[in-house]
Design a protein around this ligand. Structure first.
Ligand SMILES: [Zn+2]
Ligand SMILES: [Zn+2]
Length: 194
């Protein structure tokens, strides 16, 4: 067999924002080199499954996994997290505050469970109010905080995106706290029944 008949194949990761490509080259030794580019998610780096629907970010064109943790759906369009943050900014601490309020916790308890500095907590709360995510009701001692429609929309949009690390831990703590409260309430109820 002559050297020019040798065919070499190579698989490489596809470039960002390119769906698929192939390249054939002939080396000086007459060898034919075939390069096939394999698609990976431009956000998390997972190999994309050819049999599934391909999703691209409606703003930047990044290829994304068909999963709610990589492709956020907001008002009927898909976005990568970076572009979603531009359209609908929400930090992890913001998310935690909204989550706590939606779960019926008071602000003091939420502050406790976030384990963050008082100043950062208060400035996050202020940002939530300025962005119309949360509304303060009542005055001074009798004030309470309510999540507005826009805040609920943001919380829902980020729910599957913020699934790891500190946010996951916070969600668990909220769930455990509610469970404990319910158990205490049942215990109190039983005690009063006796
Ligand atoms: Zn994007
Ligand atoms: Zn992905």
């Amino acid at each position: 067999m002559e050297s020019r008949d040798i065919l070499e194949e190579r698989e490489l990761p596809e470039k960002e924002k390119v769906l698929a490509s192939k390249r054939y080259t002939t080396t000086t030794a007459g060898k034919v080199l075939r390069e096939t580019r394999v698609a990976f998610c431009d956000w998390c780096g997972h190999r994309l499954d050819n049999s599934k629907v391909t999703i691209i970010c409606g703003t930047c064109g990044r290829k994304l996994c068909n999963s709610s943790s990589c492709a956020a759906n907001y008002e009927g369009r898909h976005y990568c997290e970076e572009d979603l943050q531009r359209i609908l900014p929400l930090e992890r601490l913001h998310f935690k505050i909204i989550h706590g309020l939606i779960c019926g916790l008071n602000l003091e308890k939420i502050k406790d469970l976030t384990h963050c500095q008082k100043e950062s907590f208060n400035s996050a709360l202020k940002e939530l109010i300025n962005r119309n995510y949360v509304e303060k009701k009542g005055i001074s001692l009798f004030s309470s905080y309510e999540v507005l429609d826009h805040g609920i929309r943001a919380w829902k949009t980020y729910y599957d995106i913020f699934t790891k690390e500190d946010v996951a831990h916070f969600k668990d703590e909220v769930t455990n706290h509610i469970k404990e409260e319910n158990e205490n309430a049942v215990e109190r109820h039983n005690r009063n029944d006796r």
